[in-house]
Design a binder for this molecule. Structure first.
Ligand SMILES: [Zn+2]
Length: 162
């Protein structure tokens, strides 16, 4: 188990390497800044060559985030269960030019694992996290606020929000 570190993306895929570990909020600064109060995530990364002969990273993340309900501002538990395959692209141009539904990330020699995991968690979060039913007392004083995670997801270049 490790808290993250970095991987050489193409080498990791070519070698069929795996890495797993746990992350908490201290390793997830963008989530923390967007109002996430606590995080307990387990991840596993697995590299492989796809059926199309492309290097891929398979990312699995499971756990729980404590966010702030955007209606009543009380704590909101959001379970995370992400499984995604990311094709490693060798240039941003290749990502921008692609017109299929394949999820791609830019390969680098030094890819921070916590950042990769954080990207996928951000993309998986609801645009506006809210309780299905807020407690009535809290709801009375609440106001709906802008969607912090939608803004974050919008900053992940070349990636569409799922
Ligand atoms: Zn609420």
């Amino acid at each position: 188990m490790s808290q993250g570190g970095v991987i050489d993306g193409l080498e990791f895929a070519r070698a069929g390497a795996t890495r797993s570990g746990a992350l908490d909020l201290a390793q997830l600064p963008r989530l923390a800044e967007a109002g996430c109060r606590a995080a307990e995530l387990r991840y596993s990364l697995h590299g492989e060559t796809s059926a199309r002969g492309k290097p891929e990273l398979h990312v699995e993340v499971a756990g729980m985030l404590t966010l702030e309900c955007q209606r009543c501002l009380e704590a909101l538990q959001v379970p995370i269960d992400v499984r995604i395959a990311l094709e490693l692209a060798t240039s941003q141009e290749a990502i921008d030019a692609a017109e299929d539904d394949v999820d791609r990330v830019l390969a680098a020699r030094s890819m921070p694992v916590a950042g990769l995991v954080e990207d996928e968690v951000i993309l998986a979060l609801p645009m506006v996290p809210m309780h299905e039913r807020c407690t009535p007392a809290a709801e009375a004083g609440g106001t709906t606020r802008p969607a912090p995670f939608a803004a974050l997801a919008g900053m992940l270049s070349g990636r569409a929000k799922h």
